[in-house]
Design a protein around this ligand. Structure first.
Ligand code: LMR
Length: 335
């Protein structure tokens, strides 16, 4: 009996000690992403790391891994589901392979006429419902972060859709983007973001589409002679976490992290446009790329070529999702 009691005592002490040691160890959140640190997403991630540390009083340590240093596009989704990383902010164009095709509604050409229209979706009911679709995949969607509107680049001038005909254009892993490129008579080449610069440099692809902050911070402008400000589609992010990890956090810590995320979202969405505008100025100043702003007529020609993609992709995205976005933004498809 004596022996048993002392064994129990040792056990309790060990448990208390290990709990104490555990309590002092910060909870680590690995936040992996694929873009440069000096982009809207990169800065948003760093801001979150700081806020999380501040609001949890050091109980949470967020480690940010930028520029695909930890995982590339496809790998990072798998790593999140396996719990090898806890937080990501993939582009909304990268949720199709996960089986959540509805997110590709964000890729429809010209569906958002500016950030304000887009926010009617991301801050509204539709945005909430889309994030909820991630739950059965073991993922919790926390927020939407902006980047910006995409433009086409290539090594030959781009004024009209016909200028992209036959070109190999790199896209993200979205079927809507694939269809968009086909609608231009061009050839879609899906590829991880980390491989784009080299693919452009070596001629594996002829061109691409991206918000200017991505083009500039990856130095793509150094290997693309022409950039047309087409603003033909949106690129933004869903900040996501491993659901099991998130649900397992102490309630007070989770609340503090939610506050940190709310502040970071405000910050990221505030800087997105400025970052893209500044990148455009930097591209112009570099003298390496000719920047062209299509005329009203040229813009109309791009719209005419690309708007049929909406209807074509209805069966993939789902009519209700598309209609819900139209309703939120006031977009009226041409009859
Ligand atoms: C891309 O692959 O072009 C983008 O999704 C990269 C990013 O995360 O902005």
């Amino acid at each position: 009996m004596k022996l048993k009691l002392s064994a129990l005592f040792v056990g309790v002490t060990a448990a208390a000690f290990s709990f104490g040691a555990f309590a002092q160890q910060p909870i680590v959140i690995k936040f992996s992403h694929v873009v440069a640190a000096n982009t809207p997403k990169g800065k948003g991630a760093e801001f979150f790391a700081q806020k999380a540390n501040e609001l949890t009083k050091g109980k949470v340590k967020v480690e940010v891994y930028a520029n695909s240093t930890l995982y590339k596009d496809k790998e990072e989704m798998e790593a999140l589901q396996l719990g090898a990383v806890q937080m990501l902010a993939p582009s909304l164009a990268k949720f199709g392979p996960l089986g959540v095709k509805e997110f590709e509604v964000f890729d429809l050409p010209y569906i958002f006429d500016g950030y304000d229209k887009l926010h009617t979706v991301t801050t509204g009911e539709v945005g909430k419902q889309l994030l909820a679709k991630l739950e059965p995949k073991g993922i919790r969607g926390l927020a939407y972060w902006d980047n910006g509107f995409k433009s086409f680049s290539a090594n030959t001038p781009i004024k009209m859709p016909a200028d992209l005909k036959g070109k190999k254009l790199r896209i993200q892993s979205s079927k809507v983007l694939e269809e968009q490129i086909r609608a231009l008579g061009a050839l879609p080449q899906q590829m991880a973001f980390s491989e784009v610069y080299q693919a452009l440099q070596t001629g594996v692809v002829d061109g691409t589409e991206n918000p200017i902050s991505n083009l500039y911070t990856q130095k793509m402008h150094e290997v693309q002679k022409h950039l047309a400000i087409t603003d033909h589609g949106y690129l933004g992010y869903a900040v996501i976490v491993n659901k099991k990890f998130w649900d397992g956090l102490p309630a007070d810590v989770r609340k503090q992290l939610e506050d940190a995320m709310e502040q970071s979202t405000r910050y990221a969405n505030q800087i997105a446009k400025v970052e893209n505008d500044e990148s455009l100025e930097a591209v112009k100043k570099s003298g390496k790329t000719t920047v062209y702003v299509p005329t009203k007529e040229e813009k109309a020609a791009f719209m005419k070529a690309l708007l049929p993609v909406h209807q074509k992709m209805e069966s993939r995205i789902g009519k209700e999702t598309i209609q819900a976005v139209y309703k939120a933004t006031g977009f009226t498809p041409a009859k």
